[in-house]
Ligand binder design. Structure first.
Ligand code: GLP
Length: 252
C-alpha cells in the first residue's frame, strides 16, 4: 500500500488525478472504476482540467461501483445522475461506455450478474477509484461483507443511511435503505486501486483500514491484500495513522 498525504482536499484530488491521467496516457482505452461521494470530487475536477488541456478520455470505459435500489435513474441523487453530472460530462467520457448498476431493475439478481459479465467483457477494471465510508465500507460493502462477495443487493448500515441523509433533504422522501453494489471480491479484481479520503471524519476508518487487522468488520481492510493500492489522503484523514505513515510524503 502506498500512502500519499497532502495538505488539503484540493491538493489530494490533484495528486490522485495525475495518477489517473498517467494511466490513461499509457492506455487510451483504459477501463476505469468510478466512485460517487464527495471524496473523489476534487479528483474529478482536477481531471476535468487536464481533459480541457488535452487529456483524451473518449476511448475510456467506466464502471460505477454502486446504485441505490428504489430510486429512479433520473432522480438527481441516483448514482446514474451523479455519475452523468460529476464524471461523464466533465471528463468528456462517451456516455455509451459508462455503466452504472441497474439498481431499480425488477430482477436485481439478474442485473447484478449482468453487471459482472459487462465488467468481464470489458477485460476487467484497470484502475478503480474508491472512497471510504466512515464505517470502513467500500462501494456499499458494509461491515460484514465477505472478501469474496460479488455484485449484489445489500441493506445499508444505519451509519451509512445517516451519512447519506445530507443528500436527501425532503422529509417526504426517505433516504434509500438498499443498494446494488459491486462486491469486495469484484473490487479487488481491479488491477490498480486509488482510494481518496479527506477530512477528520474519515481518520478512524483509514487507520483501521491501513493498520488494523484484515477483517470483514472493516471492508476497506481487505485492500491490504491487494498488490497495487495507493491511498491519497489529506492531513486530517491521515491524522490517526502512525507517524511514519502520516507525514506528508510517499510511503512504500
Ligand atoms: C457512499 C458511496 C461510497 C463512498 C461513500 C463515502 O456510501 N457508495 O462509494 O465511498 O459514500 O462518501 P463521501 O466521500 O461523500 O464521504
Amino acid at each position: 500500500m502506498r500512502i500519499i498525504v497532502s495538505p488539503d482536499p484540493v491538493t489530494t484530488g490533484a495528486a490522485a488525478a495525475h495518477a489517473v491521467a498517467s494511466a490513461a496516457d499509457d492506455r487510451p482505452d483504459l477501463v476505469l472504476g468510478v466512485a460517487t461521494g464527495s471524496s473523489p470530487q476534487p479528483l474529478y475536477r482536477s481531471l476535468a482540467i487536464l481533459v480541457r488541456a488535452g487529456l483524451d478520455l473518449s476511448s475510456a470505459t467506466a464502471f460505477a461501483l454502486d446504485e441505490y435500489v428504489g430510486l429512479a435513474p433520473d432522480h438527481p441523487e441516483s448514482y446514474h445522475s451523479v455519475i452523468a453530472r460529476e464524471v461523464t460530462a466533465p471528463l468528456h467520457l462517451d456516455p455509451a461506455r459508462v455503466h452504472v448498476p441497474e439498481g431499480p431493475a425488477a430482477d436485481a439478481g439478474a442485473a447484478a450478474e449482468a453487471y459482472e459479465r459487462a465488467i468481464a467483457r470489458a477485460g476487467g477494471v484497470d484502475l478503480q477509484i474508491l472512497g471510504i465510508g466512515t464505517n470502513g465500507h467500500i462501494g456499499f460493502n458494509e461491515p460484514g461483507s465477505a472478501a469474496d462477495s460479488r455484485t449484489r443487493v445489500v441493506e445499508l448500515a444505519p451509519q451509512t443511511i445517516a451519512d447519506n441523509s445530507r443528500f436527501f433533504l425532503d422529509p417526504a422522501e426517505p433516504v434509500p435503505t438498499h443498494a446494488l453494489t459491486q462486491g469486495v471480491g469484484t473490487i479487488l479484481e481491479a488491477r490498480r486501486i486509488v482510494l481518496v479520503a479527506t477530512g477528520g471524519h474519515k481518520a478512524d476508518a483509514i487507520a483501521r483500514a491501513v493498520e488494523g487487522p484484515v477483517t470483514a468488520a472493516v471492508p476497506a481492510s481487505f485492500l491490504q491484500r491487494h498488490p497495487d493500492v495507493t491511498l491519497f489522503l489529506d492531513d486530517a484523514a491521515a491524522s490517526r495513522l502512525s507517524p511514519a505513515l502520516s507525514t506528508p510524503s510517499v510511503n512504500a
